[in-house]
Design a protein around this ligand. Structure first.
Ligand code: PGA
Length: 234
């Protein structure tokens, strides 16, 4: 199972240093962990058994783009994975589907694995538009990509109404969406993200289509994270 830790915009620098120390005490065997810290902390990464991911990348390559980080700069920091299209960026920063497509292309050109996030709002769910919304998000994100390029992308289903709320969809709902994603990306790994924790993991584990998890809040709670990993691995 893939376990991607999305720290979001959390931790001060000294806290990040001790957080990394705590991560070295995590016990895991079959899981593959990916740490996505706040971007300023990317150069501080010093873990052997956890891969490094970024929370974002620029849609442009290096040059006059103040405040951005280009895919080649991420590659020079040993970043192997990068979250793209997180709903917080789509909503708060008006990141468009076209931008997400450009970001994916830049990452693939530098051999960084995109973790593409897709998900519906509460309203879209309540009006039965989930599948249509996800299909549309995915379709634009992979515009002009070859099948081989598509196979390199990890797709994370993150219902927006579930992120940080403690609410999760039913397994039937998750599996419906993951089936749809796997039709478009037959070879890609599919993650679930949105309030996944050490208590609901027993239920989430019953899905046959989840290849891993994208964790926000839980990424910062090492004891609970350890319990989560133990329950996945045993
Ligand atoms: P959450 O966040 O686990 O805190 O719900 C998940 C995410 O936003 O990636």
């Amino acid at each position: 199972m893939i376990i991607a830790l999305n720290n979001k915009c959390n931790l001060l620098m000294p806290e990040f240093e001790s957080y990394q120390k705590e991560l070295t005490s995590l016990n895991f065997k079959s899981s593959k962990l990916i740490l996505c810290p706040t971007s300023s902390y990317l150069p501080l990464y010093n873990l052997d058994n956890i891969d490094l991911g970024s929370q974002n990348v620029s849609k442009d390559e290096m040059g006059a783009h103040t405040g951005e980080i280009a895919a080649s700069q991420l590659a020079s920091l040993n970043v192997r994975y990068c979250i793209v299209g997180h709903s917080e960026r789509r909503q708060e920063l008006s990141e468009s589907a076209k931008d997400i497509n450009l970001k994916i292309k830049n990452l693939l050109a530098k051999n960084i694995v995109p973790i593409l996030c897709v998900g519906e709002t509460k309203e879209q769910r309540e009006t039965n538009n989930t599948e249509q919304v996800i299909a549309e998000q995915v379709k634009i994100a992979v515009t002009d990509l070859t099948e081989e390029e598509k196979s390199k992308i990890i797709v994370a289903y993150e219902p927006i109404w579930s992120i940080g709320t403690g609410l999760i969809p039913t397994i039937a709902e998750i599996d419906n969406v993951l089936l749809l994603i796997k039709e478009i990306f037959p070879q890609s790994k599919t993650l679930y993200g949105g309030s996944a924790n050490d208590e609901n993991i027993e239920y989430l584990k019953t899905s046959k289509l989840i290849d891993g998890y994208l964790l926000g809040g839980l990424s910062l709670k090492i004891k609970k994270l350890q319990r989560f990993i133990d329950k996945i691995e045993n």
